[in-house]
Design a protein around this ligand. Structure first.
Ligand code: COA
Length: 234
């Protein structure tokens, strides 16, 4: 069984160009299996992402390819997508996609702090990870209107649905992290180093309200717990 602790999740550089074909092979075979039709990028495309510091690579013990994702901007950098997420088969189910997406999210927040981060997916795993990062499901009207982004859907088997609906809906769920919205929120989710803390005080109180035996926790217990939580965050 592979272990996450042996895997390094890094911002890729030109030192990782030797992995480009493995990344592309993994993306191609996964898209064939899923039957989405969205497939292989060119060697140059992935290589450029690495050279520009816009890709995340995961390597076991520094040498074996385990996973990948890249950052792409749209609409004059007002939107950022973390795309091409792939975890090699042997490394699935141990939290690696979560680690890669977190790193890509932080890279996106650092490089483009005012951009909305968005994604389109039919995959439950990606929806779960996006939700944890603070993305919210939205209608397609909230996404970039950049034609080049939508051209990426042309090779998808469901493209006819997208065109039929005038790009207003398709089988994918759209999700967006909006930094402006995060800033506005008061007393709720806070941001630390670009990472949205999902748990609000209300969430904590709701969790605490009932003990395992069904009785309501005392107010003093709730306050002690909240105090400890606050100390941890500091
Ligand atoms: C989808 C994929 C990236 C998930 O990678 P992973 O490293 O196994 O994911 P993680 O271990 O980080 O799991 C994240 C969450 O998704 C869940 N999950 C993982 N694979 C899942 C699946 N196939 N179906 C449903 N849930 C799944 C996990 O249980 C976990 O949920 P939890 O936080 O509630 O425990 C990987 O299976 C893959 O590369 N698939 C092929 C390519 C692909 O589909 N890319 C996404 C394109 S949008």
């Amino acid at each position: 069984m592979k272990e996450l602790k042996n895997i390094q999740v890094l911002v890729a550089t030109d030192e990782h160009l030797s992995f480009v074909d493995q990344v592309n092979d993994a993306i191609e075979s996964a898209s064939k299996e899923r039957g989405t039709g969205i497939a292989r990028r060119t060697y140059e495309y992935i290589a450029t992402k690495m050279k520009e510091g816009k890709a995340i690579i995961a390597l076991e013990n520094g040498k074996t390819f385990a996973g990948f994702c890249y950052v792409e901007t749209w609409g004059e950098k007002s939107f950022v997508a973390n795309s091409g997420l792939i975890v090699a088969k042997d490394y699935r189910g141990i939290g690696l996609a979560t680690a890669i997406k977190r790193k890509a999210f932080m890279l996106s927040r650092t490089k483009y702090p005012d951009a909305k981060i968005f994604g389109l997916t039919t995959g439950l795993a990606v929806m779960k990870i996006n939700h944890e990062l603070g993305y919210r499901p939205v209608t397609f009207s909230e996404l970039t209107t950049d034609e080049d982004f939508w051209k990426g859907c042309q090779s998808c088997v469901n493209y006819d649905i997208l065109t039929r609906t005038g790009k207003s809906k398709c089988l994918c769920t759209a999700m967006v992290f909006d930094p402006a919205l995060e800033k506005q929120k008061k007393g709720g989710k806070k941001e630390t180093n670009g990472w949205a803390i999902k748990e609000t005080l209300l969430d904590i109180v709701k969790k605490l309200k009932r003990n395992k035996n069904g009785t309501v926790a005392k107010e003093s217990t709730i306050l002690t717990f909240l105090f400890k939580k606050k100390i941890q965050k500091i």
